[in-house]
Design a protein around this ligand. Structure first.
Ligand SMILES: *Cc1c(COP(=O)(O)O)cnc(C)c1O
Length: 471
């Protein structure tokens, strides 16, 4: 399986090259040359499918040039098996809320967010790739709150990796911040950027765009454009749709920011899993809801700070992969649209592509008040405490959206543990969610971080001074 760029002007890459590089050299995102089928696997595993098994199969199908099946299974077992860092043996357990609605709990990993699911596998993959090549890497990431903590938990102490995490100063919760600043690991460098998440993401792009810098630092990324993340996340859409989809497809409600998790659902569907419709639930940063309603993908003037900070994202990076798919894999078209986006901050999705998108996706924006009301309602009727992001999924399912009339089961993705946002949860429900036992020392450990201005050159200097990969 080779990987091509959505913008069509980069050489095809292997799976490992695509994930180590992150962004393709022409500025596009890597996508697989074709969609492998899970159908034989789904037939054979009827009745007994665990997360590690589904992830091993997905990883193998996407990485068969780089990994044997046994190799993929070993990595999936390291990430999700009995010795893994997930506090629940199912990794992504389903909890029933009412006659047709389930909650998929994706927050049992070491940093209490769904980002752990992908990052634990990426940690194992990096270990394998670097052991093979004997090289060192500089990993940089921009985080709206949860990617950073998950990356720290996955890569802290990794001998061949230096990790630099850019987080928007003052825009993440204290628990989120501590997962990044209190690791105590000397290979982890948290950087508080004086700006918002989109500023952090723009700096990240600038680091990769500087070829001399990127090469000198052996730069690699773990942001949601990483193909490995999409593959790891597709696994839980497979297990959930399969567990509940006895008679037909299963529908999903996905709280979305960078469109990575939701795109993973689309990938599972493309591979033959019984995934039906996917409802995209945004907060006030509603670029995807506006796009699905109007066909115009356009950046708002400013980002809104909401009570679901991990979704305070204006540019949904992975949407480029859907544009590529839904234009019939037309790289020239995709490149032209994104050139227009860079110039003017917007483009019109071609009509046929918009129809194709609407064939799977609906979308709705949820306000902070609606989010709080959903937290309260779900707690009152089921006893479940939802984090604000997960509550956006619950609110979206209650509110509905154009084209969303699912028959069959509905799965709400619970993307973070409520204890990551204790103040917001308490204000909405009157209950303070306790930190799970496996994170008990989070508030006892000292924090360490450096503050930098919203300036790519300053970040480059900082990385250059500290990265052991520099050559
Ligand atoms: C990152 C994140 C999201 C959004 O996921 P995307 O893949 O960026 O769409 C939603 N909820 C939580 C808690 C997150 O950390």
């Amino acid at each position: 399986m080779r990987y091509v760029s959505t913008r069509g002007q980069a050489p095809a890459a292997s799976f490992l090259d695509a994930i180590l590089r992150g962004l393709a050299p022409d500025g596009g995102l890597y996508v697989p040359e074709s969609w492998p089928s899970l159908r034989p696997y789904l037939r054979e595993n009827r009745g007994a499918m665990g997360h590690a098994g589904a992830a091993a199969e997905a990883l193998y199908l996407f990485a068969e040039d780089d990994l044997s099946f046994a190799g993929a299974a070993a990595l999936a077992n390291e990430a999700y098996g009995p010795e893994s860092r997930f506090a629940h043996p199912a990794v992504a357990p389903l909890r029933q809320l009412d006659g047709r609605t389930w909650l998929m709990e994706l927050f049992h990993g070491p940093s209490l967010a769904f980002k752990d699911v992908a990052m634990q596998l990426i940690g194992a993959l990096y270990g394998e790739a670097l052991a093979r090549s004997g090289e060192r890497l500089t990993v940089v990431c921009a985080t709206s709150g949860d990617t950073g903590g998950a990356a720290v938990e996955a890569l802290k102490g990794a001998g061949a990796v230096d990790l630099f995490v850019m987080l928007p100063k003052g825009r993440v919760s204290e628990v989120q911040r501590r997962f990044m600043t209190a690791s105590g690991a000397s290979n982890v460098h948290p950087i508080l950027i004086d700006g918002d998440f989109d500023d952090c993401q723009a700096i990240l792009k600038a680091l990769f765009a500087d070829k001399a810098f990127a090469e000198g630092a052996s730069l690699s990324g773990v942001n949601s454009i990483s193909w490995a993340r999409i593959v790891a996340q597709a696994a839980y859409f497979v297990t959930a749709s399969y567990a509940l989809g006895g008679d037909g497809p299963v529908n999903f409600v996905v709280p979305t920011g960078n469109f990575g998790d939701a795109f993973a659902g689309y990938v599972a569907k493309k591979m033959g899993a019984p995934v039906g419709r996917i409802l995209l639930a945004t907060n006030a940063n509603d670029i995807l809801a506006r796009t699905m309603a109007t066909g115009r993908y356009t950046r708002a003037a400013q980002s809104n700070a909401t009570i679901s900070p991990a979704m305070d994202i204006q540019v949904a990076s992975n949407f480029e992969r859907l544009v590529f798919e839904c234009t019939g894999r037309d790289a020239d078209r995709t490149r032209a649209l994104y050139a227009a986006f860079a110039q003017s901050g917007g483009f019109d999705v071609p009509a046929a592509a918009l129809d194709a998108m609407r064939g799977t996706f609906s979308a709705i924006a949820i306000s902070d008040d609606e989010t709080r009301a959903a937290m309260k309602a779900v707690h009152a009727s089921t006893g479940e405490l939802l984090c604000p992001h997960s509550a956006i999924a619950a609110a979206a399912a209650m509110k509905g959206a154009e084209g969303w009339n699912p028959d069959g089961p509905v799965v709400l993705l619970a993307t973070a543990h409520p204890a990551k946002f204790p103040d917001t949860v308490e204000a909405a429900t009157g209950v303070t969610p306790p930190l799970p036992a496996h994170c008990a020392t989070l508030f006892d450990r000292p924090e360490r971080a450096d503050a930098l201005p919203n300036d790519a050159e300053a970040v480059k200097r900082y990385v250059r001074e500290r990265s052991r990969a520099w050559r």
